[in-house]
Design a protein around this ligand. Structure first.
Ligand code: PGA
Length: 247
């Protein structure tokens, strides 16, 4: 199975920068790596028209359609050619009050529109310190039980304390190889209990300050099916270097 590399550009790129990235980027390991780009929504159509890489959305409305100013529906994304969409990213949970219930509704809308959800989950620093990590992860994943085709959902474990945007100090934190391996093995166990044998087919990505240096080993772990990359995906050099870490 190819490993999946997703560039999550958040709102950290302009349309000109995005065009330049797309013109310069070439997947350095096409036989081993699949690459998706998740640009700001306004760039989906223009980038998608020129790129052979699948374009993912970063969010979707909970509403099916109607008078909801500012929203982008799953149907609109599907018509724009979107095949994948992030849901439940920690920045949306923290800054926009996204709850598990809303995330479940978004998954439902995406599946109805034929779009594969990429469900992001992970514990905060406080939850980790107070030993609530597993309880939190079980809760965040429990919404999967509502979907009969849950095995089609892509998962991204992103410990909030390791995500670059939440790190206000100079000393950056990232999860160690040992922590990533241990968490991915645990999460795959939780999924097997929750969803049965179908969970074996699910892709579990890792995210949180992934860069060319810290991903050298863990990207090759069997338990890691790929990565969701924020800051280091904004430049072609660093994003390509992460992919090149595949052995
Ligand atoms: P980061 O972002 O790589 O900048 O930590 C990852 C993410 O939030 O998806």
């Amino acid at each position: 199975m190819k490993k999946l590399f997703i560039a999550n550009w958040k709102a950290a790129i302009t349309a000109n920068e995005a065009q330049r990235f797309m013109a310069a980027f070439k997947n350095p390991r096409p036989s081993a790596a699949e690459v998706f780009i998740a640009p700001p929504a306004i760039m989906i159509t223009s980038l998608g028209a020129k790129s052979s890489l699948p374009i993912a959305a970063q969010d979707v409305s909970v509403f099916e359609n109607g008078a909801f100013t500012g929203e982008i529906t799953a149907q609109a994304l599907a018509e724009a050619g979107v095949k994948y969409c992030l849901v439940g990213h920690s920045e949306r949970r923290i800054y926009f009050g996204e709850t598990d219930a809303r995330i479940a509704l978004k998954i439902q809308r995406l599946q109805a529109g034929g779009i594969t959800p990429i469900l992001c989950f992970g514990e905060t620093e406080l939850e980790r310190k107070t030993k609530k990590t597993l309880a939190v992860i079980r809760r965040q994943l429990s919404i999967l039980k509502r979907f009969k085709d849950a095995h089609n959902i892509i998962l991204a474990y992103e410990p909030v304390w390791a995500i670059s945007s939440f790190q206000k100090t100079k000393v950056k934190k990232s999860a160690s190889d040992i922590e990533i391996e241990a968490m991915h093995t645990l999460i795959k166990g939780i999924l097997a209990k929750m969803l049965g044998s179908q969970s074996a087919k699910m892709k579990l990505l890792y995210g949180g300050s992934v860069n060319p240096e810290n991903s050298k080993n863990f990207i090759n772990f069997e338990s890691v099916d790929g990565v969701l990359v924020g800051a280091a995906s904004l430049k072609t050099d660093s994003f390509s270097a992460i992919i090149k870490n595949l052995k």
